[in-house]
Design a protein around this ligand. Structure first.
Ligand SMILES: Nc1ncnc2c1ncn2[C@@H]1O[C@H](COP(=O)(O)OP(=O)(O)OP(=O)(O)O)[C@@H](O)[C@H]1O
Ligand SMILES: [Mg+2]
Length: 135
């Protein structure tokens, strides 16, 4: 299970980025950050060491959408890469999307840009595994 504080950190970082992006996008009248959570009972496939079978596990998808500047398609992956050289020690150790992705993957989840354009803004999706929900 993902630690509660880590989940707060992840969502807060995405909201901060969204707010900064909206501030830069003077062209759009809409200034909106929308957060959606969706429970999917079989979002994650996990290979069981015991049985050798793939098991489906429940996960929460958190969608963070903004009406900011958008991110060019060719940067959808590179924004998660870590830049080790340059900057002060504090800057190299600051929270960033690359650290966020490491934290989320530690919990067997994932983060990605699912859509982005200058007209509509950006949508990030975070998948966080949770305990299997018994119906
Ligand atoms: N919602 C967003 N809309 C547009 N661009 C974004 C958004 N989120 C992230 N980005 C882009 O990804 C880059 C990396 O984001 P990250 O949060 O890792 O660092 P940063 O925002 O540049 O610095 P810091 O978070 O320390 O202020 C940003 O500089 C920005 O170009
Ligand atoms: Mg940021």
């Amino acid at each position: 299970m993902a630690d509660r504080t880590d989940i707060y950190t992840i969502i807060a970082h995405l909201i901060k980025n969204a707010a900064e992006s909206i501030e830069k996008n003077a062209a759009l009248n809409a200034r909106e950050i929308r957060i959606e959570t969706v429970l999917n009972d079989s979002a994650i496939s996990v290979l069981s060491k015991d049985s050798g079978m793939v098991q489906k596990q429940a996960a929460i998808a958190v969608l963070v959408k903004d009406t900011g500047t958008g991110i060019p398609t060719e940067q959808w992956e590179s924004i998660f890469e870590q830049y080790l050289s340059g900057g002060t020690t504090a800057q190299r150790h600051r929270m960033s999307l690359s650290i966020l992705r490491k934290i989320i993957r530690y919990y067997y989840g994932d983060i990605s840009v699912v859509s982005s354009s200058p007209d509509l803004g950006t949508e990030f999706q975070v998948i966080i595994p949770c305990r299997q929900v018994q119906a």
